[in-house]
Ligand binder design. Structure first.
Ligand code: ADP
Ligand code: MG
Length: 352
């Protein structure tokens, strides 16, 4: 371990947030060095990554709009679990190599900490470990995503007091209560930002007979979406295809309507948070009265979602600073303190 720490001073060790929407890589002293969509372009019906394995991330996303029928873009982590091992491996390998190649000193292989969803199975963990090793990591450690999130948000997780995080990503929402550097209670649901987009698309279909694309519905959410009434309600023009005539058409929708559309996914997120609280021991629950709840992930940036969760739980709720990079920054801090966390981490020495 001593030798390892020594090597660590020279190799470009990295923390990775393997998100369902976005993958981020954070390097000590350099901050976020890679921030790309978790997307891979493959030849349709195969798991052959295009461009010799390089059609990943931004490159793959750029191809998205312009792809001929024979190419499809895959988000291998879409639901917070690994849908396709080979493609995940190709993606992870590409990101590690890309983040590492420009920075390695003396060609030393890096140690890598990867944040994975807390609900992932042992087989999936093994796959992530193996992929990272094959991609050139000297040593791989996995950390539960809520843990990395709490560290990144600067919560006092090593103290004997409860901290609570709600990470609303693209595919999953992870809720956890932590104390003494461990997860006491956690819940994970496959409802998050993507489902909000889907709900908006379904609403447009139902109410306006208008089919809209994924990217359009996300834009609607970002521009006028909210979880509770806004001081100033807004409207937005939305373009799509009329389901009856089959022709392109546009229509105006209001932030009230979007809120109506978002009721279901937001209700599911609220339920998940309250369910987690109900499972907490009374002492931990008592701590949360003082400590409150921290939100992170892209979904936490939806207008007023903090307010809605505060109303539902009666606790103080605030959005973490730089909510999108919380987990990645947390993995880098975790890496710096590996010795300290050793007790709670899972490394490649583990048997699954
Ligand atoms: P993951 O960790 O799963 O990769 P992220 O934490 O990057 O996910 O969050 C991605 C989700 O957050 C997407 O569904 C995106 O639409 C949503 N999102 C990003 N910014 C905002 C915003 N300002 N308001 C609402 N949703 C947002
Ligand atoms: Mg995330």
């Amino acid at each position: 371990m001593f030798l390892d720490s020594l090597l660590g001073m020279f190799s470009m060790d990295m923390g990775i947030d393997l998100g369902t929407c976005t993958t981020l890589v954070c390097v000590r002293g350099q901050g976020i060095v890679l921030n790309e969509p978790s997307v891979v372009a493959v030849r349709k019906g195969t798991n052959h990554v295009l461009q010799g394995g390089n059609a990943v991330g931004l490159v793959a996303k750029e191809m998205l709009g312009k792809t001929p029928g024979s190419i499809s873009a895959i988000r291998p982590m879409k639901d917070g679990v690994i849908a396709d091992f080979d493609i995940t491996e190709a993606m992870l390998g590409y990101f590690i190599r890309k983040a590492h190649s420009r920075r390695s000193v003396f060609g030393l292989r890096p140690r890598v900490v990867i944040a994975v969803p807390s609900g992932i199975t042992a087989v999936e963990k093994r796959a992530v470990l193996n992929s990272a090793e094959r991609a050139g990591a000297r040593r791989v450690y996995l950390v539960d995503e809520p843990m990395a999130c709490a560290i990144g948000a600067g919560l006092p997780i090593t103290d004997p007091t409860a901290s609570m995080v709600v990470d609303i990503g693209g595919g999953t929402t992870e809720v956890a209560i932590l104390s003494l550097a461990d997860i006491c209670v956690c819940e994970s649901i496959r409802v998050a930002g993507d489902d909000m987009d889907e709900s908006i698309a379904a609403y447009m279909k139902r109410v306006y007979n208008l089919m809209i694309g994924e990217q359009t519905s996300e834009r609607v959410k970002l521009e006028i979406g909210s979880a509770a009434a806004l001081e100033e309600e807004r409207t937005m023009e939305v373009r799509g295809r009329d389901m009856i005539s089959g022709l392109p058409r546009k229509t105006l929708i209001s932030s009230e309507e979007v809120r109506e559309a978002l009721k279901e996914p937001i209700g599911a997120i609220i339920d998940c948070v309250t369910r987690t609280l109900e499972k907490a021991q009374p002492e931990l629950a008592a701590d949360l009265v003082d400590n409150g709840v921290v939100l992170a992930g892209g979904g936490s940036l939806l207008r007023k979602i903090d307010q809605v969760l505060a109303n539902a739980t009666g606790l103080e709720v605030k959005v973490a600073e730089d909510a999108l990079t919380c987990v990645a920054r947390g993995t880098a801090v975790y890496l710096e303190n590996l010795e300290l966390w050793k007790k709670t981490m899972e490394s490649d020495e583990h048997d699954f």
